[in-house]
Design a protein around this ligand. Structure first.
Ligand code: ZN
Ligand code: MN
Length: 499
């Protein structure tokens, strides 16, 4: 029997506000000494009064708007009661039946095929503390207690791993574009919980779902989901019943493990928090936030294809990071300047940025926005290649240096004499020298071994320090080798005659 996978996703996004959700404690410090960023409010001491963080409300609403949600005219915070060591108050303050936003959607692009995912709700809540398990004891750190979270819940609309992966990336990009969160999964700023169940293909009923947690990278998310789908499938095939439970992902052993069986929502006994006022977001305030939204990742991607005529693949690479996209756009604007000698196409720039530059940035760990290789310098360098003033290999050699220290490519080429050699005489003599130095390779070539040609090209390139005009070099090399062939074929019968 074949099965259909049904997946719904809940994401908790840690908002990068300066202070916590309901008190003035710092929320933007990662890795502070345990229990140093706390106060009576986030420790839940009796009598402490929470106050709503306006910035968190703004950030949450921005996320809801970007996800095409309807913003609630009326919303409020509830107490969700449960007992857990990292929840000192005995309840979490969260939104319940009147969330900030509802009925939204996000359109995924799966290799050109659009796929709409419904967003059921977007709401605000506070984070819990952290338990740290050591042998024989558990330690508690409440620095994270009360950090603002926005929770995003989708309908069970996903049918494949690819869709989940695309959504996760989209959401990470979104919160980074909106600058409401670092989006770092490794630091827990973006936490995915995935509900996954299988059902016989064609069935409308939902199967027993398992909730996956502790996924702290996109890779872990993918591996855990692969594992869980396979596990459920073999259980169903073997006729074993599945249980509704919450599982963690063991990165080391690469398998899911049961954390607890799931409580029903009535167990939480939600009730409105009497310390916090209900909220009525003013329509003007919402409209202002809507108007101030930056261009969203998917919008920018589409524009890059339409405006710069980029391949969708390159547009996706360039827009993944807002700073990279900005860099590209600055470079493209400079390259389009009619003052520029020789036009550079956006696709050519994209090629340099996603190829050489990405590679070097990754190696050096530099941030594209900080590198001395400003867009103007990259354009200058690519223009030199485009005009045939230098070879691409020379440009690639200069790139790491300019990335590190800056400096005009044109001046560097002049100072070091790296301009392309296009003089026929100069190149012909380099070719002749190479042929004279490697008579055996010449024999091989004349014996119909084409590969020998590459070696000779390499020799001349090396002798010219990468400056030889590649087309001219090829032409001259063929010419001189042809001449040699003719000379030899004419001399051979004479030798035969002597025997
Ligand atoms: Zn506090
Ligand atoms: Mn939650």
């Amino acid at each position: 029997m074949s099965y259909e996978t049904v997946i719904g996703i809940e994401v908790h996004v840690q908002l990068s506000t300066r202070s916590k959700m309901f008190c003035g404690c710092r929320a933007d410090v990662f890795g502070a000494a345990p229990n140093t960023l706390v106060c009576p409010v986030c420790l839940g001491l009796p009598g402490a009064l929470p106050r709503i963080n306006r910035q968190a409300l703004r950030y949450g609403t921005m996320v809801a708007l970007a996800l095409n949600c309807r913003i609630a005219p009326y919303t409020r915070f509830y107490r969700k009661n449960y007992h857990y060591p990292d929840l000192v108050k005995g309840y979490q303050i969260t939104m319940y039946d009147e969330p900030l936003g509802q009925h939204g959607f996000v359109d995924l692009d799966l290799g050109g095929l659009p796929r709409r995912i419904c967003i059921e709700r977007v709401h605000l809540e506070e984070d819990t503390g952290k338990s740290m398990h050591a042998p024989g004891r558990t330690l508690l750190d409440f620095n994270r207690s009360g950090v603002p979270l926005v929770e995003i819940v989708t309908a069970p609309d996903f049918r494949s791993l690819e869709e989940v992966q695309a959504y996760a990336q989209e959401l990470q990009q979104l919160v980074r574009y909106l600058q409401v969160s670092s989006g770092d999964m490794e630091k827990g700023a973006l936490r995915f919980e995935i509900n996954v169940s299988l059902r016989p293909a064609g069935s409308d009923e939902l199967g027993v779902k398992v909730e996956l947690k502790n996924l702290n990278s996109l890779r872990a998310l993918q591996r855990a989901l692969q594992y869980e789908i396979a596990r459920q499938q073999s259980a169903l095939e073997a006729g074993q019943p599945l249980r509704q439970e919450t599982c963690g992902w063991d990165e080391e052993r690469e398998e899911t493990f049961v954390q607890r069986s799931k409580e029903a929502s009535s167990d939480y006994r939600y009730f409105p928090d009497p310390d916090l006022p209900p909220l009525r977001p003013a329509p003007e305030w919402v409209a202002e936030l809507w108007a101030a939204l930056p261009e969203l990742p998917w919008q920018r991607r589409a524009r890059f294809v339409a405006e710069y005529d980029l391949r969708p693949y390159d547009a996706a690479l360039l827009t993944e990071d807002r700073a990279v996209a900005d860099y590209f756009e600055k470079a493209a604007a400079l390259a389009a300047d009619p003052q520029m000698p020789g036009p550079i196409s956006p696709q050519t720039l994209a090629h340099w940025i996603t190829g050489e530059l990405f590679c070097l940035l990754k190696e050096s760990g530099q941030d594209i926005a900080q590198t001395p290789l400003r867009p103007a310098l990259l354009v200058e360098l690519v223009a030199l290649v485009q005009r045939g003033a230098i070879n691409a290999s020379v440009a690639k050699e200069l790139l790491p240096e300019i990335l590190e220290r800056g400096g005009s490519p044109r001046r560097l080429v002049q100072e070091r004499g790296l301009a392309r050699i296009s003089s026929r005489e100069q190149l012909a003599s380099l070719v002749a020298q190479a042929l004279a130095a490697h008579p055996q390779v010449v024999d091989e070539y004349l014996g119909a071994k084409e590969a020998a040609l590459q070696f000779l090209i390499g020799q001349v390139m090396q002798a010219s320090r990468g400056r030889a005009d590649p087309h001219l070099l090829h032409e001259l090399l063929r010419d001189q080798l042809e001449t040699l062939r003719q000379v030899r074929s004419r001399s051979r019968p004479v030798q035969d005659g002597h025997r």
